[in-house]
Design a protein around this ligand. Structure first.
Ligand code: NAI
Length: 473
């Protein structure tokens, strides 16, 4: 059996995997990138990118509807689902082809096939033309995750969707139940509710978007209550069955059992690892109890030749976390002391309004007993927010009292996802509230809300009144 030798083999071409492959090639390594489907992974093909295209479409509808009160009236939207779908799909194709072209430019060899670890140094790749064997100095596993589908919901009925099917938008069901009030449930619930479905969202916990600070999640919940038919918190879906052309759902809400029929159901209850059928048992790689690959802060698995990055190592399942981990893995492979410790990973939920945060949240500080000071700037006081007609926003700083270092930033409001990047830079650089207050922000922009939240900390924000701090405070 002939074995082809390479320096680095990356298994899985999502944002983490292709970044790692490109970076390794940029650092002079001979790289093979293996992918069984289209390049780009879940994020590009059935996650971040298609959902953002659909959310953009939904937000256009909402904007035009809401603007009627300000003197411009549009007619009801005529939705051509086929056109909308093909616009969305054209973006995905363009991006995926772009990844392929960039791989070519860097001499990264892309192999379409399924990788299987024969041992710690050998991967077998099954392709349409047959199987080949490769040896490597280092492998980077970045095979990602898939939507979790609890057994009680897995009826094999196409009316029960995961995010993958929901993003195909085959139709706009009249009644849609969304199970899970996390990222996916809130984002896709927003899309379908605005496209015309009556959406009921069921979340088992006492609030939606449980990872975010409650005061920041509040405007998102308030808007969702307007667009969705109902948001039920403390609502645990227990069972589902097929009932003709409907899905029968049994749900417990505040101790009471509800028995209802829906046209379609979207299950968005988290994500599961893709670690099975990879031959990992033939290596020294260890999995945790949920099937995610165990790694240290250098992205090293228990097998000295194998690294792992992205969703497959668990933690925050976000493309930009995977990308950063990919860079760290490559740097460690290149002999640098790179580590994932103390890295700020921003989170963004692209609802209407958007919700974003980075670093420490107020809730986390409370639960860990960390003393913090909080400073807030409400967007009702922002001229720019008023001109966007988007005043349901808030910018919030979490500050270490003695040093005045900013430990966390949370933003809810229009374009919060773009605004949070400034917070990441500030926190990564060990910036203080004073730094933020003294940096001139362009007027009129929403970015001023960050500066004014910092000014409010000292009590001299121009556009809100807060009691000025005495020098001793
Ligand atoms: P999630 O973990 O964010 O939320 C799942 C929710 O479902 C939880 O709040 C949980 O309490 C609830 N739940 C579980 N079982 C339930 C039941 N039987 N009945 C009612 N509620 C139930 O997971 P989600 O939304 O599926 O997203 C998966 C991951 O994908 C996220 O953690 C995120 O990392 C990533 N993602 C990120 C996005 C972004 O960055 N904007 C967008 C979409 C997904």
């Amino acid at each position: 059996m002939e074995k082809i030798k390479t320096e680095v083999i990356v298994v899985g071409a999502g944002p983490g995997g292709y970044t790692a492959a490109f970076y390794a090639a940029d650092r002079g390594k001979k790289v093979i990138l293996v992918e069984q489907e289209r390049l780009g992974g879940v994020c590009l093909n059935r996650g971040c990118i298609p959902s953002k295209a659909l959310l953009h479409a939904a937000k256009i509808i909402i904007e035009t509807q809401e603007f009627s009160k300000n003197g411009i009236q549009f007619g009801p939207p005529q939705i051509d689902l086929e056109k909308l779908r093909s616009w969305k799909d054209s973006i995905l194709l363009k991006l995926s082809q772009g990844v392929g072209m960039l791989a070519q430019r860097r001499n990264v060899q892309v192999i379409k096939g399924r990788a299987y670890f024969e041992d710690s140094k050998t991967v077998r790749i099954e392709t349409e033309e047959g199987q080949k064997f490769y040896t490597y100095d280092y492998a980077i596993i970045s095979v990602g995750s898939k939507p979790a589908m609890p057994r009680a919901f897995d009826l094999g009925n196409p009316r029960i969707m995961t995010s993958t099917e929901a993003l195909n938008v085959e139709d706009i069901p009249e009644n849609l139940l969304v199970i899970g009030g996390g990222y996916i449930g809130m984002e896709l619930g927003t899309v379908y509710s605005i496209l015309g479905s009556k959406v009921v969202l069921a979340e088992a916990l006492p609030s939606i978007l449980a990872g975010a600070d409650p005061d920041l999640a509040k405007p998102v919940a308030a808007r969702a209550k307007k667009n969705f038919q109902e948001i039920r918190v403390g609502a645990k879906v227990k069972d589902m069955s097929t009932a003709g052309k409907k899905i029968r759902v049994i749900m417990e809400v505040d101790g009471q059992t509800k028995d209802e029929l829906y046209d379609k159901v979207l299950v968005a209850v988290g994500r599961a690892s893709n670690s099975e059928n990879l031959g990992l048992e033939n290596t020294l790689v260890q999995l945790d109890e949920r099937g995610f690959i165990k790694v240290n802060e250098h992205q090293q698995t228990d097998d000295p030749n194998i690294y792992a990055i992205g969703d497959i190592v668990g933690g925050a399942m976000l493309a930009h976390k995977a990308t950063k981990e990919g860079r760290i893995a490559v740097e460690v492979i290149c002999g640098e002391a790179s580590t994932f410790e103390d890295i700020i990973i921003p989170a963004v939920v692209f609802t209407e309004p958007e919700l974003a945060w980075c670093g420490l949240t107020e809730a986390e500080a409370k639960s860990k007993g960390i003393q913090v000071e909080v400073s807030k700037f409400p967007w009702a006081a922002s001229g720019r927010a008023l001109t966007f007609d988007k005043i349901d926003g808030m910018t919030k700083l979490i500050v270490e009292p003695e040093t005045e270092r900013v430990l966390g930033i949370g933003i809810v409001g229009h374009n919060a996802g773009e605004l949070i990047a400034e917070g990441v830079v500030l926190i990564e650089m060990g910036g203080t509230v004073r730094d933020l207050a003294e940096c001139v922000h362009p007027h009129p922009t929403l970015s001023e809300t960050l500066m004014e939240a910092a000014e409010a900390f000292y009590g001299y924000a121009t556009h809100i009144y807060t009691r000025p701090k005495k020098p001793s405070e």
